[in-house]
Design a protein around this ligand. Sequence first.
Ligand code: PEP
Ligand code: MN
Length: 376
Amino acid sequence: MLASQKPAQKMHIRELKDWYTEYKKPLIISGPCSVETEAQFRTSVESILDKVDFVRGGIWKPRTRPGNFEGLGETALKWVNSFKKEQPFKFAMEVATPQHIELAHKYKVDLIWIGARTTVNPFNVAELAEALQGSPLPVLVKNPIHADLSLWKGALERFSKAGIEKLGAIHRGFYSYQTGKYRNPPMWQIPLDLKSEFPELPLICDPSHIAGNRDLVPEIAQRALDLNYDGLMIEAHCEPAKAWSDAAQQIPSTELGALLQNLLLRDASFTKENIINQLEIIREQIDQADRELLEAINHRMNLVEKIGEFKKENNVAIFQISRWKEIFNSRQEWAEQLNLDKDFVVEILRLLHQQSVKTQTEVFHKKEQNLNSTND
Ligand code: PEP
Ligand code: MN
């Protein structure tokens, strides 16, 4: 994935410590994936009220396929508010349409977030930003479903332009067609790139949607804290196995306290742990750079195959000394411009050239074989 070429837009973002006087790192948002019944919501939330900054609860559920539970809308918001009157807490929910924002204002919701399926659509995001003009609501933007940092940044920029200063990002992992350890592989480099560009932007990890499985939630949460994330959003339900959505990944709400207690909060000042975190960040960047390097080599090899076919068809020899000299000279000049050691670059070029000749020879050979088989 290539980061956007467009220079970063200046965003006026308030750090989390400016959001509330009582803020203490990490910010904790927890509660059920969905508000299902009044009793389920109350039971799920009762045991976590003293452990969270915000209670979460899905009011409208974006479902990939129709026929699943899609949330109860305003009815559920009424239950939330009647419980709030008895035991005050701050409530956070996802919004996907301007009508949802209207209801968020009407029911005095304390924080809203934009879901991963909404961040992908600039039309949708623009509509929501418009509806939020002048609103004091804090807004968290989940990463888009697929690994596109520009879309994530674009959504944040749209809300920033609408005047939202209590703005943050939620990292919930990225869709993968292959099944693996995670439901949504974290690809840590992407949120870390976002954070490097906007250091004041609060970054919250959603280990539940990354994991897709409650057993993995603690280790992902710890990894996020090790990487200096500002907060966590964890799905917790009174009876997770019976949940109407995301049953496999919600933790029992009675276990949230122990999970949080077992997490090590790394010191953000210059300590040994902090050095380890920085090391992790740089290593992720090196991983990404290597990936891009290999993708570039792959691209070069595809071109080599193409030129091999062309040479064969036009009866041109694979190796031409003049071209090889030209490559050598120009690349050495480029190396100098880029402050790279010339010998090192020459070594890489020899290897690339060797592989290129090998591939073109294979192309020539393959064609001959095909020709032979048609002659038979
Ligand atoms: C959710 O938080 O319940 C949710 C639907 O998340 P996401 O947008 O990350 O899929
Ligand atoms: Mn969910």
